[in-house]
Design a protein around this ligand. Sequence first.
Ligand SMILES: [Zn+2]
Length: 486
Amino acid sequence: MKKILGHLNPRELWHYFEEICQIPRPSKKEGKILKYLTEFAKEKGLDYRSDQIGNLLISKPATKGNEKKKIVVLQSHVDMVCEKNSDVEHDFDKDPILPRIDGEWVKGTGTTLGADDGIGMALQLALLAGNDLEHGSLECLFTVDEETGLTGAFGLEKDFLKGKILLNLDSEDDGELFIGCAGGIDTTADFQYERVNNETDHVAYKISVSGLKGGHSGDDINKGRGNANKILTRILWNVERMFEMRLAQMDGGNLKNAIAREAFAIVTVPKKFQKDLEIKVKEFAKNIGSEQKTNEPDLKISIHETAMPECLIDFITQNKMLNALYACPHGVIGMSPDIPNLVETSTNLASVKMSTKDIIVATSQRSSVDTLKRDIADMVKSVFQLAGARVKHGDGYPGWSPNMKSEVLYITRTSYKELFGEDPKVLAIHAGLECGLFGEKYPGMDMISYGPTIKGAHSPDERLHIPTVEKFWKLTVEILKNIPEE
Ligand SMILES: [Zn+2]
């Protein structure tokens, strides 16, 4: 193997990162990397064990004089997102990632680099291998399958860890410390409807909403983007009243964790209202377009005459469903009182899908406070129950509620300031992290998440900022030095 990164500092950490790059590790296919890690533990004479789901724990005793320090868990995930440019030949099941240096950055060669979270693993290995460090007992936790559903963290066993402090090494901006994330839950409403015959003397139209930005229902929920389901419902709810509109079909959105970008409906109206309907929908298109001109410049609302549908949704269900969709909240529900600009609670009206018997409305809720997640999920449930739908919640996953008084936050903050002369930002994210699940299984676990700067994660543009890797290492060594005794 030709070493590309061997001259970078800290040597040991980059050495392991380059080794990790050689080992294929797509999510759910982590066998090879786990084998590498257990070989490493054997070779270094370190204790290791796996749990049922495949997570691996390698432990290292305290260095001399530090035996009384509290145990620290350092955690990364072993899987990586496998994305490549279409013109690149690469088999992620077999081929090594080829790192290369471009100025201050390390990149892959037309593929994801896997610094998310290979750099966290490399840091753990460098710590486990290091013999001139000052630290208490360490537990290095390597979780599987973070990227496709947090299943490693979900399956983590309750008596696997001894430490009560956890450093999650999976964040992507030097100078930012994360101390919270959102939990999530799904709420699904099921409207059963009767298929009824078309009205006589009606004409049919297709009304469509498209051109919206969409985005992630957590990270992007506070950006004021349009929701195609909400926009379409607003129009349908109004024209139902005005023009005796009947609904034959409605379809909008797709993924539960995405904001709906497109929606359409097939409707009919009496011939006498034909022109009025067209004028009204165009008026809505103009008004909503103007409301959204800054956030959604490409929004398109269109109406076209179309073939008569085979049948209609019965009027009672149509009316109740449109009322419920119109009343159903969407977007930011509350902001964090502790962390500036953090969305605490939100809900996403994700999709409306029809079969021959049912109309299924899928929604999802998030909050960093579990009781508020439950509150917004029940609020959405009550709207649909009022409209006569059958409503179910999914199992959901827990959030990680920010604790500004956390000891490890204090230690990390002061260590950062001491080393680099500036205050790090303290943040939380409005999306899921493994820490939410660790906190649920290990109540009282004091956690923080940080990492070097990675840009373009999950895309072939992924790149790792070299100077921040050394800071990442120095910060971790300093935190471990400053951990107090039990
Ligand atoms: Zn990651």
